[in-house]
Write a new protein. Structure first.
Length: 367
C-alpha cells in the first residue's frame, strides 16, 4: 500500500514538473520565465538598419520579416538564449533582444521616432483651425470627424499646432485625441514587392534615358540634313492642332483612374513628383500634365483656370478648391461617388477623402 501511494506521489511530482516546462523550437523554458516585459511592453528597434524577424528563437529560424531602426513592437515573452517573442498587430516573430531597447530607453526613443497626429473627438462637430493660440484668433479653416492631421508642435496644455493640407494652424487640445504612429515590422513578401517595384522603376528610367538620347541624336541629324521650309512650318502647326484634338478625347474618368494609381504616395511641400512627393497643386498639375494639359502651379492660380461648374454638375476629373481664411489654399481632384483624391499632409500623403470633409469653395472643369 505504501509503495502504491509513493508511486502516485512520484507521478504527481513528474506531471507538475512537466507542466512547468514549455517547449519552443527544442528549447525548454520555465513558465515563470516569461518576458521581463510581460504585459505587452513597448520595445524600439536599435539595429543599424534592420534586424531579421524569424519564425523561432534561433538563427536557424526562417526569416519572416524585417524590423527597421526606430520601428516599434511589443515584447510578449523573453527566453534564456537571448531571444524575444514580439508582436505588432497580427504580426508575430522572434528577434535577438540585443537589437531592442526597452524600458526608459524605449520611451525616450518612442518620443524621437513616433509621429504624433490628432483626430477630432466624436462629440465635436466642425473644429476651427486658428492662426494663433487664442479662441479670438482668425479662423483659417475647419476640420471634422474622421480626419487626422500631423502635429507640428504641442503648445502647452491647451493648443496643438497642426498641418492642414500643407498649411499650419492651431486647434484647441481639449477637442482632439492625441495619438502616436510608429513604423511597424515589414513582412518578407512586402520587402520583395518593394524591391521588385524599385527594380521596375530603375528599368523604366534607364529605358527612358536611352530613348531620350536616341531622340536627341535623331533630332540633331534632322536639323543638320533638313532645310526649314514653309511646308515644314505648316506641318508643325497641323501637328499642334492634332494634339489639341487628342486632349479633347480625354475623359474625366481616365484622369480620376490615373490619379488613384498614386494613392498612398508621400506629400512634399513644393513637390510635383507623383512618386517621390507632391503638394496639393503639384499633384493636380502633374496628373493633368500626363494628359497634355499645362495647368498653373498653385491652387490659387488653378482656381481660375478652366470652366467653373456647380456642385450639382460635378464630374470625375474636376478640380475642387477649398479656402484657407479668405483665399484658396487647397485643391483636390474629384473621382466620383462624393470623393476626392488629394495630396493632404506629411502624415497621410496622397489620400481619398469625402468631398465635403471641408466646405468646397469652387469647382473648375479642365476637360
Amino acid at each position: 500500500m505504501e509503495r502504491i501511494q509513493l508511486r502516485k506521489q512520484l507521478i504527481k511530482c513528474c506531471v507538475f514538473a512537466i507542466s512547468q516546462l514549455v517547449i519552443v523550437s527544442g528549447t525548454f523554458i520555465l513558465k515563470s520565465e516569461k518576458a521581463e516585459a510581460a504585459g505587452n511592453n513597448l520595445a524600439i528597434s536599435i539595429a543599424n538598419d534592420y534586424v531579421n524577424i524569424r519564425n523561432k528563437p534561433s538563427l536557424n529560424g526562417k526569416v519572416k520579416g524585417r524590423l527597421y531602426r526606430g520601428s516599434a513592437v511589443y515584447i510578449t515573452r523573453t527566453y534564456k538564449n537571448g531571444w524575444a517573442l514580439i508582436k505588432s498587430g497580427n504580426f508575430r516573430g522572434y528577434i535577438k533582444k540585443e537589437f531592442l531597447a526597452t524600458g526608459t530607453k524605449a520611451r525616450q526613443l518612442a518620443r524621437k521616432y513616433g509621429v504624433k497626429y490628432i483626430t477630432v473627438k466624436k462629440n465635436v462637430g466642425a473644429l476651427n483651425v486658428r492662426e494663433k493660440t487664442s479662441k479670438k484668433a482668425k479662423i483659417i479653416t475647419s476640420i471634422g470627424l474622421g480626419e487626422s492631421f500631423y502635429v507640428r508642435k504641442l503648445c502647452g496644455k491647451s493648443w496643438v499646432r497642426i498641418s492642414v493640407d500643407g498649411e499650419q494652424g492651431y486647434v484647441a487640445r481639449n477637442y482632439v485625441n492625441l495619438r502616436v504612429k510608429y513604423k511597424h515590422p515589414v513582412s518578407i513578401a512586402q520587402v520583395k514587392a518593394e524591391e521588385k517595384k524599385q527594380e521596375t522603376t530603375t528599368k523604366k528610367d534607364t529605358t527612358t534615358t536611352k530613348n531620350s538620347t536616341t531622340t536627341t541624336k535623331n533630332s540633331t541629324t534632322k536639323k543638320d540634313s533638313t532645310t526649314t521650309t514653309k511646308d515644314s512650318t505648316t506641318l508643325s502647326e497641323e501637328t499642334d492642332n492634332t494634339n489639341d484634338t487628342a486632349k479633347k478625347k480625354v475623359t474625366g474618368s481616365q484622369i480620376a483612374n490615373y490619379a488613384k494609381k498614386f494613392l498612398g504616395n508621400p506629400y512634399k511641400y513644393g513637390g510635383t513628383s507623383l512618386t517621390n512627393g507632391a503638394d496639393c497643386s503639384g499633384f493636380t498639375q502633374s496628373i493633368y500634365k500626363e494628359f497634355g494639359y499645362d495647368i498653373p502651379r498653385t491652387s490659387l492660380e488653378q482656381s481660375s483656370y478652366g470652366t467653373k461648374v456647380s456642385v450639382s454638375s460635378i464630374k470625375q476629373g474636376d478640380l475642387v478648391f477649398y479656402q484657407s481664411g479668405k483665399t484658396v489654399g487647397h485643391v483636390a481632384l474629384y473621382i466620383g461617388d462624393g470623393e476626392v483624391i488629394h495630396a493632404s499632409n506629411e502624415k497621410d500623403g496622397i489620400k481619398i477623402s469625402k468631398m465635403n470633409y471641408r466646405t468646397p469653395y469652387c469647382i473648375r472643369r479642365i476637360v
